[in-house]
Structures are given as structure tokens and as C-alpha cells.
Write a protein that binds this ligand. Structure first.
Ligand code: ZN
Ligand code: ZN
Length: 310
């Protein structure tokens, strides 16, 4: 099992020189031993934070925890780096009102926050009249995405966070880039989205980190994570990721090189990002529609419920 996940190889650790339990990190074409790996991972994230000026001393940084390995790895890494870089870290979790699944998910998230020593706020979307299901032609995943985006902004304001760190990985970036390319849209999401009005700055510290590495980090740091897939998850939206895995098998470091190349030819552009044009008359949140997504969705759900019980 361990051999499978870590792909142990012959050779010496680049950091400490040890030749026991050495793994190959194909993305960077080097070998690291299992005990040096977590610090190697954290240093990579730190380099990204510094290169793109993602966080500064005195910042208040919020991470939304899904319970999964990626946001867990981000939380624990940022917690370790927060002391060196001088920022404060906060966590939030959205209980998605999906019965036992969401309760089990929350229990893991609470354990993560306690173990990391980070203050956690939990938002239960059921209490906002929301749920994850089809409504007005919106697919459940679109509803979920809209709710999470809106809540992240709201939570950032609630804890006074000026930076929102998201757990987008190398594969997420490539997936976004390829979906765009296949629709002949030639732009990438930027590593940093500067604050707009009331909205916090948004940063992607793990955009050059592959999901295999976040998994290895969680296992080696003994970080608990929620392994279940969302009940509405379907493989269709994610199958493009197989293309990147095939590439990595054929060309070690291919995923990272591909993203770096795409960033050179498809410069990140902010003009395509969502911008609020006013405030919601119901709740005062920034919005680009007559009502904010949360108020709009909760209105749709209550009218849907009204029809169902009529
Ligand atoms: Zn080592
Ligand atoms: Zn509203």
C-alpha cells in the first residue's frame, strides 16, 4: 500500500542525503525521503505564496475546509507558515444539508480544525433555506458552486479576513485551462485576484501542487480527511483529468510544464472574472444580478417547496 502511494525508489534524498524510504517527485524530477517530504511540500507552497505576493505580514487569511485532502493540506501548511510569515489563519466550513453525509463530513472538518489549532466557523446552508439540488434548470453542482462562492465572500467579511485562500490544485488549473481551450476561450484564472470593493483578495497557493502530493502530505503528516465523494458527484466532469495523468506517465513533470507553458501563452486575465455591479436589496451582499445568489436560490427553493406541498 505504502509503496503504491509513495512509489519508493533507490537513491538519495535531495535534502538530507538519506537513502532509506526515498520517493521520486516526478513533477520536479527529484528524490526526497518520506521524513523530509512534508517540509519539502510546505516549502513549495511558501515559494508560491512569496512569488505571487499572495499573503503579507498582518493579513487575515481564510480557508474554506471541504474536509477533503486538498483543503486539509492547505490548512495545515498555511498554519505552519503563518508563524514565519506573520499572518492570522481562520477556517470555515459549509454544512451542505445532505443528511448523514454532511454530518460525517462536518465531524472530520472539526477534527482537522482542532488538530491544526485554527478557529472554525460552520455555516449550515439548511438554516439559510438552501439545499443542493436541481432548481430552475440549474444543476446541483452549479447550485453548490454558487452557494459556496457567495458564502466564502460572506464568511471572509464575518471574520475580517482580507485574503481568501482556495485549494485549487495543479489539476484544477489544467482542467479549467483545457475546458476553456476546448471552447476556444484563451485565458486562465490568475494566481491572485485583487480585492474588488468588499470582496477579499483571492489566492491559489496550491496551483502548482498536484493532488497526489496533497494526498501524500496528509498521509505523512497524519492529517485526517474525508474520503467520500459528494452524492451528486459524477465522473463526467472530471474525466478530462485522465488526460493529464496519461501525460504525466509518458512525460514526467509534464503536468507542471504544461501549466507553466499555458501561463506564458494564455496570460491570466481578470476581466473575465465576476464583478459585482450593486448590492442585494434583501441582504446587502455584493451582486451582479438584481438579487444575490443566496437570496435568489432561497427564493427559488421556497417556491419549489410551496409547489411540491400544494
Ligand atoms: Zn530526507
Ligand atoms: Zn442577498
Amino acid at each position: 500500500m505504502e509503496r503504491l502511494i509513495y512509489q519508493l525508489v533507490e537513491g538519495k534524498c535531495r535534502i538530507c542525503g538519506s537513502s532509506t524510504q526515498v520517493m521520486r517527485v516526478t513533477e520536479f524530477n527529484l528524490k526526497v525521503c518520506l521524513s523530509c517530504y512534508p517540509r519539502f511540500f510546505e516549502r513549495r507552497i511558501r515559494r508560491t505564496l512569496e512569488k505571487y505576493d499572495m499573503v503579507r505580514e498582518g493579513d487575515r487569511v481564510l480557508v474554506a475546509l471541504s474536509g477533503g485532502k486538498d483543503s486539509a493540506a492547505l490548512l495545515f501548511t498555511l498554519k505552519r507558515l503563518s508563524a514565519h510569515l506573520g499572518f492570522d489563519l481562520f477556517a470555515t466550513h459549509f454544512h451542505l444539508n445532505m443528511g448523514d453525509f454532511s454530518d460525517r463530513n462536518l465531524a472530520i472538518v472539526e477534527e482537522q480544525a482542532v488538530r491544526a489549532g485554527v478557529e472554525l466557523r460552520v455555516v449550515r446552508i439548511g438554516e439559510l433555506g438552501l439545499r443542493i439540488s436541481k432548481v430552475k434548470g440549474w444543476k446541483p453542482c452549479a447550485v453548490c458552486g454558487a452557494i459556496k462562492r457567495a458564502l466564502m465572500n460572506r464568511e471572509a467579511r464575518a471574520v475580517g479576513a482580507n485574503v481568501l485562500a482556495t485549494a485549487h490544485t495543479l489539476e484544477d488549473m489544467l482542467l479549467f485551462a483545457f475546458k476553456n481551450l476546448l471552447s476556444r476561450r484563451h485565458y486562465l484564472p490568475p494566481p491572485v485576484l485583487e480585492p474588488i470593493g468588499d470582496l477579499p483578495k483571492k489566492v491559489k497557493p496550491m496551483m502548482f501542487t498536484s493532488e497526489r502530493h496533497t494526498l501524500q502530505y496528509c498521509l505523512l503528516r497524519d492529517i485526517p480527511f474525508f474520503p467520500e465523494k459528494c452524492p451528486t458527484w459524477s465522473p463526467k466532469g472530471h474525466s478530462l483529468k485522465e488526460v493529464f495523468e496519461t501525460l504525466e506517465r509518458i512525460v514526467p513533470s509534464g503536468k507542471l510544464q504544461l501549466l507553466l507553458s499555458l501561463m506564458e501563452v494564455m496570460p491570466p486575465r481578470e476581466e473575465y472574472m465576476w464583478r459585482p455591479t450593486g448590492t442585494c436589496p434583501e441582504c446587502g451582499e455584493p451582486t451582479s444580478q438584481p438579487k444575490c445568489p443566496l437570496c435568489q436560490l432561497s427564493e427559488w427553493f421556497s417556491s419549489q417547496q410551496g409547489r411540491e406541498s400544494a
